[in-house]
Design a protein around this ligand. Structure first.
Ligand SMILES: Nc1nc2c(ncn2[C@@H]2O[C@H](COP(=O)(O)OP(=O)(O)OP(=O)(O)O)[C@@H](O)[C@H]2O)c(=O)[nH]1
Ligand SMILES: [Mg+2]
Length: 228
């Protein structure tokens, strides 16, 4: 079984090397998608491709900045071509713990699910920013449950594992932040089995931004209606 880890990266020169090196311990191939960063993310990521101690790493490059969703789709397309059986999505900013990758993959390898979403609300300690904790995420969850009958606890989580069948079927068309909900809705709509697993997300002070909260909620509603 070939496990690939797709890491979308935009201006992550400080984090990317460590994040890739950690992920390499738990998967067969790491695919960094440099989303036309303005800093040295690409050069830093390339350094990790030369270390053969763990899994292979490759670096793909967007010639214009397209957003996290688009970067994930680029990584998905590459991974499918290389024969991936399971694809893990993992952020480049160092907020996720690579040692939790096996737990996110497990429901798929155990054939209990086709897609497994990491959740910050299932018991592990995540120091979420106040607005995300009390407003954005509960509202996203409520809308999904009420209107779309999707009962997951963390619709905006970027840490997930998808089977080859799911990635073949679910194409990410939302280039920016709406892709999280888009993936969830399309997985649900296509009748794939969904599981969740607890994950830890570390919020460093600089990462705590109330960015696009309204847009996330708007995207959830519009995306939901489009995928119905
Ligand atoms: N912001 C942003 N991130 C991108 C883009 N392309 C790829 N990424 C990557 O997408 C991942 C998530 O980005 P973040 O801005 O941390 O989004 P987030 O984790 O949902 O938001 P926070 O909770 O505020 O950290 C990171 O690995 C980024 O490097 C882009 O165009 N913009
Ligand atoms: Mg982040």
């Amino acid at each position: 079984m070939k496990i690939f880890c797709v890491i979308p990266a935009y201006n992550e020169e400080k984090n990317i090397k460590k994040v890739v090196q950690q992920a390499q311990k738990y998967v067969d191939e790491v695919v960094v998608v440099n989303d036309c960063s303005k800093d040295n993310t690409y050069q830093e990521a390339i350094k990790t491709t030369m270390i053969n101690e763990y899994a292979k790493a490759v670096v793909l490059h967007h010639i214009v900045n397209r957003g996290q969703g688009a970067a994930l789709q680029t990584g998905n397309d590459y991974s499918l071509k290389q024969g991936a059986d399971i694809i893990v999505h993992f952020d480049a900013d160092g907020q996720f713990l690579a040692k939790e990758i096996p737990e996110v993959i497990k429901p798929i390898t155990n054939k209990e699910a086709d897609a497994c979403f990491g959740s910050r609300f299932l018991g592990r300690k995540s120091n979420l920013p106040f607005m995300k904790k009390v407003l954005i995420l509960p509202l996203a969850k409520l809308i999904n449950q009420t209107f779309f009958n999707i009962k997951t606890t963390d619709p905006q989580s970027g840490f997930r594992a998808l089977s080859r069948q799911v990635v073949n079927k679910v194409k990410i068309e939302q280039d920016q932040m709406a892709h999280c909900n888009e993936i969830l809705h399309k997985v649900h709509k296509n009748g794939f089995q969904i599981k969740e697993t607890p994950i830890t997300v570390i919020y460093h002070k600089y990462g705590q931004k109330f960015r696009g909260g309204g847009k996330i909620i708007k995207d959830i509603i519009i995306r939901g209606l489009l995928t119905r």
